[in-house]
Structure formats: C-alpha cells, structure tokens
Design a protein. Sequence first.
Length: 393
Amino acid sequence: MLRKENIPSLAIWETPFYYYNLDLLDRTLTACRQGLDRYGYSAHFALKANAEPRILERICQAGFGADCVSGNEVALAVRSGFAPDQIVFAGVGKSDREINIALEAGIFSFNCESIPEIEVIGALAAAQGKTARIALRINPDVDAHTHHYISTGKKENKFGISPWMFEQALTVIRNTPSVELIGLHFHVGSQITDLSVFATLCKRVNEIQQWFVDRGVKLPHLNLGGGLGINYKHPTEDPIPNFEGWFEQVYRHLTPLPGQQIHFEPGRSLVGQCGHLISRVLYIKEGLEKRFLILDAGMNDLIRPALYQAHHRIENLSASNRTDWNPDAETLRYEVVGPVCESSDLWAPEVDLPISQRGDLVALHSSGAYGQVMGMRYNQRDLAPAHYSDELA
Ligand code: LLP
C-alpha cells in the first residue's frame, strides 16, 4: 500500500498529515459498485466518514449518492456535485435550519428518527409549499456485536423509531399531507465484521415490513444503512472489504417487496483503508519499565484509539526502509504515544517495531474513515492536512 519507493516523496511534506492512496480508493469503489450492480442495489456514501473534497469528488463520480447527518453535510454534498435526489438525511436531532436546508435542496429522503421530528418536517415543508419524502428510521433491536459507542440498533440506543411507536407514526403521517412516506431505514452499527449480523437484521426487516404491508402501507424504498467493517489488524493483506459477502447476505436473507429499491450507506468500508496518518518520531524516551516512542501526531489528529480503544496498525516506514524491509530485522518494544497533554493520547501500549530514531516517518494505517474528519484543535494544535498519491514525485 505504502510502497518503499514512495517514502522519500512522503518525507518532503510536513508531518502530521493524511495520505490518501487514490488508486486503492478507486479499486474499492469499483469493487463496491460491482457488488451493488450485481443485485441492482444502490448506495449513498456516509459523508461523516470522510468529507475531503477530492475524496467526495471521486465517490460522486463513481455513481454513489450521499448519506448526510447534518445540514452542513447536506450543503457540502450538494456543493460536491451529488444529485439532490440521491441525498438522504438521518440524525436524531435535525434542527429547523437543517431541515430547511434539505427541503430547499430537494433531497431524496429524510430518514426520520422520531414522531415529533415527522411533525416538524411536515410543518416546515408545508411552509415552503413542498412535500417532504420521508423514510422511517427503525430501531430493530438488533445487536451489531461491535464497540458499544458505535452500536446504534439496540432498543436502549437513542436512534430510530421502535415498534411500539409505529401505529402512532402512521397516524401522524396520514394526517400530514406535506410528508410522503417512501420507505424504511435501518442502520444497526459500524465496524461490523461478523456478517451474520446482516442476516439477523434482514430477518428482522422482513417481519417489520410485513407489519406495514398488513396495514396497506406502500414502501417503494428500503435502506439498510452502512456498517461493513474493515481489517484494521492486517490492512495490507486485506485492503478491500468484503462487499460481495455483505450484499450476498442481504440477497439471501431479505425478502424485498415487489419492485422495491434496496439502498445502502457505506462509509468506513469505502474510505478506511485508502487513508494513512503519517507522522514522525519526535523523541524516544527510555522509561524505567517502558520505552516511549513519542510521535508528532496525536489524539486530536485521529481520536479513534482514545475514544473507542481502536487499533490502528503502526509501521515505522523509515526503519523498514533502512532494514530493506527485512522482516527479521531486530525489533524493540515501544509504547507509542502522541504529544497531547492527556494520558489517553496513546497509540498503542505495546508494539514491537524496528529500532526507531528521531525523525523516522511512522504510518498509522487504516485512517481514511473517521480520521481527518474527526480531527480537532485541542491544545491549539493545527489540523493535519491531506496529501494524495497523485502528488507524489
Ligand atoms: N448510516 C448511518 C445512519 C450512520 O449513522 C452511519 C455511521 C453510517 C451510515 C456509516 O456507517 P459505516 O459504513 O461507516 O460503518 N466514529 C466511529 C464510527 C461512527 C459511525 C456512525 N454512523 C468510528 O470511528 O469507528
């Protein structure tokens, strides 16, 4: 992925920065597209995973729609060229301003997460003289078997409308002529690596759809959300996620209604592996019991390890180069940390790396999703910029 011959070129940029491999992005988009086309499915990229203009441009050109969770994301999607009729908008707390932005843009669907939200969308649409297309985001009470912070489909989670609210939701929709119900939406969690979760979800979706069909409700669209996980442990060996496996689970276990269009909202799986956070070794500090490798990239640049105890593979690119990529070269055990004044600014408590030196370039792999976009300026640090493979000398 990060080839030896690229390292001298990477070394000219000031660290830390995000490096995106556009070739891998394109191959990932193609793999996903082929999987979708095989079954006639469509997909909306979850902008929350990465909102870099050049990434969005490529994803848009590859024929994906946009999945947004804020008014600003909707506006960005429109500015980036996504067709409004391919934009969906979810989120438990859509403000009036955000709803109006989406109504003005004429988006495809609001994925509604509560009954009061349907009422507000109805009132704001009526005020604009429009009809808002909506889908009900359902909370199916399905366990995604993932980190509890990124699990969204259990009944105790804040997301979606639960079965005991369906009757009332239908009454509100029937009494609100400025909203049109076009389907159901589900998203049960992220970084799902156990594909059987999608089979369980589909079986639940079949039951829930039947409830609506029994009441004469038409549901031309069904959106199953995102969630496909990536291989953080072995990113190089397994750079393209198993889209085929994901869609096949759905094909096998979902019973779509006649003529129903099936939608997905991949985020991480499209952009996770093409991005790397590149940093440099600032210092090596010999502690009493540990040896600290202090990088110039911190939790403000990539918050996933601090927030979710997430693992990102760490590679000392310069040392690999020095040892001529010799896998048997001598290694030392390091605690790899960032510069931010928090103990949670920890990349990995124990990692064996080739003997490292001040100035070495170090990659934190699989950082393309929920990396740069979650960057912050804590400690008044600068935001890490993006560089792309086609800028390499
Ligand atoms: N659709 C909805 C409604 C979502 O809430 C999400 C992600 C997605 C689609 C995209 O899911 P994906 O395909 O990326 O799994 N910051 C966390 C992940 C939060 C995911 C939030 N929702 C992380 O770094 O792991």
